[in-house]
Design a protein around this ligand. Structure first.
Ligand SMILES: Cc1ncc(C[n+]2csc(CCOP(=O)(O)OP(=O)(O)O)c2C)c(N)n1
Ligand SMILES: [Mg+2]
Length: 1012
């Protein structure tokens, strides 16, 4: 039977052009195979077939304009089988809804059927002075206890929720609280116990503590300028040790590995453990923070500097938490797309409590909960201090964080008190102990640990007679021994165990510790702890005694490291533990296979002129992507990342074609479901649609761009954004991306100070290339024409994803529509495009005076137009150079210059800029849609006279023409300034320049645009 394929609903567009026929008569096609590509003035999209069969006839040709309902082609369908008919969207969503209801019903059933756990009750009653009827309170509490005992927590929770709902409906405004009492979340009887040998583990931990401190002290003895931190790791040692001994599984040939984001300032502790494990030697420890000579240990986790060790750069506060969240989300993305196995891998991130004040630290926690990232565990080391002083002297950081995380939907585990407190808390029948705990602020908690047991007795327990009584049989020493949860391996183990098993939500472990734990009077819990990098002999002796490190006084004075014999129990134990967990950690390895770059001719369609057809480079980019999606090697590896601008860039066609990643699929019928480019969310969707969240989008990009090492699968992330909201907004993340050795594309769309016309000051980008140039492994381009873009992009694919160079690309694209010429036939053109410049046009009519015009981005076109005027009106010849990258030219120029300086006796090399321009005639004038500094970059690498024009100053909204006039990069200014340059070089009389200035109404009294 013959079916007619019509143009579907394409939104508001009419008479869109057919730009490609993807089938011919006689072709066999399947349902959803693309048959033609159509293009509006903003975007191109493929039309899929709605049936399977054989193409009978095609009713359109390339160049035809079509609208909704027009006949495209006829298809002879194979015998109709019901399964081939697409299920109408409405029906499909009804089925999905029904399925999800069924699932939910099942879930509820399981909850109800869950056997009720008989639990020993430890009722902690928080005393409240405002209780007007304690007996009634008692009744209610007993009822609740009875429910918990008989029907379990779920039931109790249900009843409480119903009570609150009822009160709310009856008008009672019950204040909602996100806080639980200031005690551990896991009660002692629910703690899962570690099977580790606690004595050995303590000894190992002590040695790690000692060696970590020693390496900092030794480095600073040698070179006091090196700096370093002891206090951070001292507070976190137990948190790391329990993970290392029992939880964190390494990557090996059987398992993908857990991913651990270590807190930057605790690096010495990580090195110290690697030393005991035999991964680092004394010489290496002694080169802590001395990285210039190979083999030195980097100050903080930097994969660029220690590419076989560190996986994640974390030291810029706030980036670690954000990157970890998006890493966990990306892991699920890879799983849901079927690209990696679900092995239950986890992402652990260690964070400082001070660090949690960074907006980035908490900025993405909502996403983590929404996406149900149960593969994510945050551990916040609450030592109550940051650099200058307390994190929350007047409040309680643990409670505050609990509120934020609970509110966002995380599983929160507070680890506040160590085991020595258990019996005290159990004996707190009146609830006064918990009351004091709740009332005491962090400033007091910190001060207490800087004092002694007597002080704690007086200031803490002394607050109420009931609490005083509780500790009456304890000595001051006993009171001093009451430990904090984050230093108690049992409590930490129980928390890690629960976190690892938690399902359906991310977990945060909020652990209370002491900054500079064990460092004694000069370094423990004092405001200056963070900066302490030198310990005097007394401090060192105290530290040794505090942790029973088997060193003599002499050895302590020499700050010697201590490593037990290879055959010792400690070394055997530590190695065996890691062996059981799959190997060492952290370790950065890469087993991914390269992706074969697409055939050289894949973008050949972009090397021919577009003729009359005008398009922007952004649109050319979308055309290119559409083609890439047909390459079977590349297509599945593409990760398009967009922060809510797909429509701005004409990329909405991707929604249907490859789907938007959504871990829950699509639970609703989208408003535009009947349209060709309707909003399609899918569990295996490919696009990461990040919403208005550039930092999140960049974090996703980094996760995908380092997939080759963290997941052993090479991926091609392409993050496309408003260029102004790129480097300027997320510069620090881009820097971390470079450190991480990211491979992928950043596309700064709607670029150029005068090209994005109407949006104004905050949107118009005239400097992103300069920021990009600050990142050593970022390769950046500012192409003008579609073939340049094609050559650059394919080379990027080849260099990064086939040859595995650790670089990333920044390419700007624009939204100005113009026609694109064919690629020049010159065989060196491609090489020039990639190196940064090539001659695109030459005017040689008069043979008298010449000028070299260098332009990039859309301003190249102003140059070309100006060259015509210079020739036609002023009889000036010119050569026009398309500069695709001032940044790349500068890099090459620097290298050549350096070589020449280093080799004064050898034949001097010639920079590529000079190779292009050295033998040309006339001075050089360069311009771009960026600040003059952009083109000025190559000034030193040519011996010729060089002048720059550019868009220095704040942008503002107006037409492109007016903006270019304002910034003096329009064709008229280029002509006038060109003549001035020639006059200055004494090649023509100055009157021509003067006349031109007058003719083009150039106001010489107008101040520099930077001042306007
Ligand atoms: C973005 C950023 N700002 C400032 C710093 C400097 N800095 C390093 S550590 C630190 C204090 C950290 O306190 P906290 O997060 O509580 O960690 P702790 O050492 O107490 O575990 C500061 C301000 C930095 N590394 N990164
Ligand atoms: Mg802190």
């Amino acid at each position: 039977m013959s079916e007619k394929l019509l143009v579907p609903d394409i939104g508001e567009f009419e008479r869109v052009e057919i730009i490609e026929l993807l089938v011919k008569p006689g072709d066999q096609i399947n349902l959803n195979d693309p048959v033609v590509t159509i293009e509006s003035d903003k975007s191109s999209v493929e039309i899929p077939s709605t049936v399977s069969g054989t193409i009978e006839s095609i009713n359109v040709k390339v160049g035809d304009k079509v609208s909704m309902g027009d006949l495209l082609l006829s298809i002879e369908t194979s015998k109709e089988s019901p399964s081939e008919k697409p299920i109408p969207k409405d029906t499909e969503s009804i089925i999905k809804q029904a399925e999800s209801v069924l699932k939910n019903e099942k879930k509820e059933e399981t909850i109800q059927q869950k056997p009720v756990e008989e639990k020993k009750q430890t009722i902690i009653q928080v005393t409240n002075n405002n209780d007007i009827d304690p007996l009634e309170t008692q009744d209610w509490l007993e009822s609740l206890s009875a429910v918990v005992a008989k029907d379990g927590n779920q039931r109790a929770h249900f009843l409480i929720k119903e009570l609150i709902n009822k009160a709310y409906r009856e008008g009672a405004n019950i204040p909602y609280t996100q806080h639980t009492p200031y005690i551990n979340t896991i009660p002692p009887e629910a703690e899962v116990k570690s099977n580790g040998d606690q004595n050995i583990e303590r000894r190992i931990r002590s040695l790690i503590r000692w060696n970590a401190a020693a390496m900092v002290v030794r480095a600073n003895k040698k070179f006091p300028e090196l700096g370093g931190h002891i206090g951070t790791f001292a507070s976190a040692a137990t948190l790391y040790d329990v993970g290392m001994n029992h939880f964190w599984r390494a990557k090996n040939n059987k398992f993908g590995g857990d991913l651990v984001y270590f807190q930057g300032h605790s690096a010495p502790g990580v090195y110290a453990r690697a030393f005991l494990e035999g991964r680092l030697n004394e010489k290496q420890l002694d080169s802590f923070r001395q990285e210039v000579k190979p083999g030195g240990l980097s100050s903080y986790p930097h994969p660029w500097l220690m590419p076989k060790f560190w996986q994640f750069p974390t030291v810029s506060m706030g980036l670690g938490p954000m990157l970890a969240i998006y890493q966990a989300r990306y892991m699920k993305y890879l799983i849901n797309r079927g690209l990696i196995k679900d092995e239950g891998r986890k992402v652990w991130a260690f964070l400082g409590d001070g660090e949690m004040d960074e907006p980035e630290s908490l900025g993405a926690i909502g996403l983590a909960a929404r996406e149900k990232l149960d593969n994510l565990i945050f551990v916040v080391n609450c030592n109550l201090q940051r650099l200058d002083g307390p994190v929350r002297g007047n409040g309680k950081i643990i409670q505050e964080l609990e509120g934020s995380f609970r509110g966002a939907g995380w599983n929160v585990i507070k680890v506040i008190w160590g085991s020595y407190w258990d019996s005290l808390i159990a004996s707190d029948k009146t609830g006064h102990l918990v009351k004091v705990m709740n009332e005491t602020v962090d400033g007091e908690y910190q001060a207490m640990k800087a004092r002694d047991g007597a002080y704690v007795r007086e200031r803490f327990f002394g607050k109420y007679p009931e609490t005083q009584e509780l500790v009456s049989s304890l000595s001051d020493k006993d009171i001093w021994r009451l430990n904090r949860g984050g230093h108690d391996p049992h409590k930490v183990y129980a928390a890690y165990d629960q976190a690892s098993k938690n399902q359906g939500s991310p977990t945060v472990i909020i652990a209370k510790t002491i900054k500079g734990y064990g460092m004694g009077k000069t370094g423990e819990s004092v405001n200056t702890t963070h900066q302490t990098k030198k310990l005097d002999v007394d401090d060192l002796l105290y530290y040794r005694d505090r942790f029973d490190v088997p060193l003599t006084d002499e050895q302590v004075k020499n700050v010697e490291y201590f490593k037990p014999d290879e055959k010792s129990l400690e070394i055997k134990y530590i190695k065996e533990k890691r062996m059981r967990l799959g190997g060492p950690l952290p370790e950065r390895t890469t087993y991914s296979k390269p992706i074969k770059a697409p055939a050289k001719d894949i973008f050949d369609f972009m090397k021919v002129s577009t003729g009359e057809k005008k398009m922007s480079t952004t649109m050319a980019l979308v055309r290119m992507f559409t083609n890439l999606l047909r390459d079977k090697n590349v297509s599945p590896r593409l990760v398009p990342i967009i922060p809510d601008e797909a429509r701005t860039f004409g990329m909405e066609g991707f929604f249907q074609k490859i789907g938007i990643y959504a871990h829950e699929g699509q639970k609703y019928e989208p408003e535009d479901s009947a349209q060709l480019s309707s909003y399609r969310e899918d569990k295996s969707g490919q696009v990461l649609e990040e919403g208005i969240n550039e930092a999140g989008a960049m974090s996703s990009w980094i996760a995908a761009a380092t997939s080759y090492t963290n997941h052993d699968i090479e991926m091609i992330p392409i993050y496309i954004f408003y260029s102004m909201f790129g480097f300027q907004r997320i510069g620090d993340l881009a820097w971390a991306g470079g450190d991480s050795q990211a491979r992928g594309f950043l596309i700064g769309a709607t670029a150029g100070r005068t090209t994005l016309a109407g949006e104004g000051l905050q949107h118009q980008d005239g400097h992103s290339h300069l920021i990009a140039s600050t990142i050593p492994n970022c390769v950046s381009y500012d192409p003008t024409f579609h073939y340049e873009l094609a050559v650059i992009f394919r080379e990027g694919l080849r260099r990064m994803h086939e040859k595995n160079e650790n670089i990333f690309y920044y390419i700007t694209t624009m939204n100005e529509n113009y026609s694109h010429p064919s690629m020049p036939k010159d065989k060196n053109c491609e090489e020039g495009i990639l190196k940064g410049m090539y001659k695109i046009k030459e005017f040689n009519r008069y043979g008298k005076t010449k000028i070299q015009l260098l332009g990039s981005g859309t301003i190249l076109r102003e140059m070309m137009a100006a060259a015509e005027v210079l020739q036609d009106v002023y009889q000036i010849d010119s050569e026009i150079w398309s500069v695709t990258s001032f940044n790349e030219l500068r890099k090459e120029g620097m290298e050549v210059e350096r070589y020449n300086l280093l080799n004064p006796d050898k034949e001097q090399k010639v920079s590529f800029v000079e190779q292009c321009l050295g033998k040309t005639e006339g001075p050089i004038m360069a311009a771009s849609d960026y600040m003059r500094m952009n083109s000025d970059q190559i000034r030193p690498y040519t011996n010729k006279s060089f002048y720059s024009l550019g868009t220095d100053g704040y942008g503002r909204s107006d037409t492109r023409q007016n903006l270019r006039k304002f910034f003096e990069v329009d064709k008229e200014h280029i002509v006038a300034y060109g003549l001035s340059v020639l006059a200055k070089e004494q090649l023509i009389a100055s009157k021509y320049a003067k006349e031109a200035i007058k003719k083009y109404n150039i106001d010489g009294s107008k101040p520099m645009p930077t001042k306007l």
